[in-house]
Design a protein around this ligand. Sequence first.
Ligand SMILES: CC(=O)CC(=O)C(=O)O
Ligand SMILES: [Mg+2]
Length: 220
Amino acid sequence: MTTRNITRFWEWGRKIICVGRNYADHAKELKNAIPTEPILFLKPPSAYVREGSSILVPLYSSNLHHEVELGVVIGKGGTAIPQSAAMEHVAGYALCLDMTARDVQDVCKSKGLPWTLAKAFNTSCPVSDFIPKERIPDPGNVKLWLKVNDQLRQNGCTSQMIFSIPYLISYISEFITLEEGDLILTGTPKGVSAVQEHDELQAGIEDVVTMTFRVDRQEQ
Ligand SMILES: CC(=O)CC(=O)C(=O)O
Ligand SMILES: [Mg+2]
């Protein structure tokens, strides 16, 4: 596959690897410790949702949160990629939401169970159009924002990330081989909050992309 047809990466059925607590201000707002190494979890490709379709609140959750994040789209696979070569493996970026059933996550955390049902349900990964690498020359200094019904809730910058994109690519690829079309969600800044059925979420990367999603409840 070439980078010419990577633009619809969400159709490839590749892995979505998510980084948790990569912003100290978000770790603090949820009263979590600041990590000393990346915290990883996965979403399946069935989590993808594109503009024009709704984010669905799972039937088992009454506290669905938004988390706006910069996504990194892998263009060249690899294992144990050194940090110095990491950016050569990037095809581009996407604006992403890591939708999280916070009530379910809290229960999982208290019982020491995996976060799968909190993080990996259908429509838990809304994504923007593919953003070619050239449009974001410095991914370590990108402003992200999110509004719910026109009210600003999240406003952060990737310069606040604890672990940089090259570090994350190198770290992840030590354990999980990266493949062309994989997506890495790099964590969320502070300001996460609950969304309700009929809410409208707007998010953006300053000067690069915006996207809009409506929230609906999953049908019984
Ligand atoms: C506490 C979390 O849900 C971690 C996470 O996903 C993040 O972006 O931080
Ligand atoms: Mg997240």
